[in-house]
Design a protein around this ligand. Structure first.
Ligand code: TRP
Length: 348
């Protein structure tokens, strides 16, 4: 199943290729905010990627197709659900350990938010970390631009750079990012959406793109009871189901496909052996999906794999950060041991 998904490295290579193409769209939105649309991924490439996933023996969709404007809003709604504990647990860790986190991370850094979403998590850290610049990167560029416009008004003293990019770790950043000490911020257990090998490779790339003294601040979900995990990814209100199913609307728009959302059911299951939640869309009956000259038949019960969310324990995290070259790992957790905020540095 994993093999059918494009690897994080493949993403990175393609994204880097795009990043070094000249002429990003830049707009200076107001005092202190610059926005870069670093790529306009050509539709042909996106379509080819979506098509390859759909035609693979075990069909899959790249998670990047979740995040149109509606997908971003649905994800925000997920974080409000009582069952989805990660977001609020992470926030609680940040506020409970604020002083200690500030001491370790240090004030006055360039805070680089990888997959910023609604920028709420980073914004809550502005007081604690007092960054000298805020750099927000997200694939959902329009959503990010709107969010940053509002945020810049609330923080007129803080220079901000927005980057619309299909990449969690762009190591070639526009000059506007500056060369101040960097703190790579990757909250929300997004690291868990890579396979463990990809996650280690991702951390290694961040390490390579860092100077001595730079660091990472990463929030990651921990292994726990399967029932609580499954509830967090399959809530009774159906918000997570809607978020997952929305990918089909995105595919319809991108490919001109004829997915009918009603033909599909959201499935979330925890594989304890691999410590991961798997998200699928399961065909309720036999369905044939058509687009252009292509078609893919799904038998009743057949699944389209959309996302993994890998859970870690502290020894596993320790090993992974060390493998990627980081030093001085410190992890803060909540009292229940549900979630960890990790900080690790690049040695001198
Ligand atoms: N990073 C989030 C997580 O793994 C992403 C996420 C939450 C998600 N709920 C989801 C992804 C449902 C796909 C489907 O916790």
């Amino acid at each position: 199943m994993q093999a059918t998904k494009p690897s994080a490295d493949a993403y990175a290579r393609r994204a880097l290729a795009r990043l070094i193409q000249p002429q990003p769209t830049v707009d200076a939105i107001g005092a202190g905010l610059t926005f870069y649309q670093l790529f306009t991924e050509d539709d042909a490439a996106l379509r080819a990627e979506a098509e390859a996933g759909l035609l693979a023996p075990v069909a899959s969709v790249s998670p990047k197709f979740f995040y149109d404007a509606l997908g971003s809003r649905l994800f925000e709604a997920i974080t409000d659900l009582p069952e989805y504990y990660p977001t609020r647990t992470e926030a609680a860790i940040f506020s409970l350990h604020a002083a200690e986190i500030a001491l370790r991370v240090g004030r006055g850094a360039t805070l680089i938010d990888l997959g910023a979403g609604n920028c709420e998590k980073a914004a809550r850290l502005f007081r604690t970390l007092a960054p000298s610049r805020y750099v927000a990167i997200d694939i959902s560029a329009d959503f990010l631009r709107d969010t940053l416009r509002a945020l810049a008004r609330q923080h007129p003293q803080l220079p901000m750079v927005g980057i619309g990019a299909d990449l969690c770790a762009p190591l070639v950043l526009p000059d506007a990012v500056g060369d101040g000490r960097r703190v790579w911020f990757y909250p929300g257990s997004s690291l868990g959406n890579f396979t463990p090998e990809e996650a280690r490779a991702f951390l290694s790339r961040l390490h390579e793109g860092s100077a001595p003294g730079d660091s990472v601040l990463i929030g990651i979900d921990l292994i726990k009871d399967a029932r609580r995990l499954e509830a967090a990814y399959d809530d009774p209100l159906g918000v997570t189901a809607a978020f997952n199913l929305n990918v089909l609307r995105n595919l319809n728009r991108l490919l001109g496909a004829n997915f009918d959302v009603r033909d599909w059911r959201h499935v979330a299951l925890y594989r304890a052996d691999a410590h991961r939640i798997e998200m699928h869309l399961e065909a309720r009956g036999d369905v044939t999906v058509r687009w252009g000259k292509q078609a893919r038949a799904f038998a009743a019960g057949e699944r389209l794999h959309t996302e993994n969310s890998v859970k870690y324990d502290l020894p596993g995290l320790q090993a992974m950060f060390a493998d990627a070259g980081f030093e001085d790992l410190h992890a803060w957790t909540d009292a229940g041991g549900d979630f960890a905020v990790c900080h690790a540095s690049v040695g001198r």
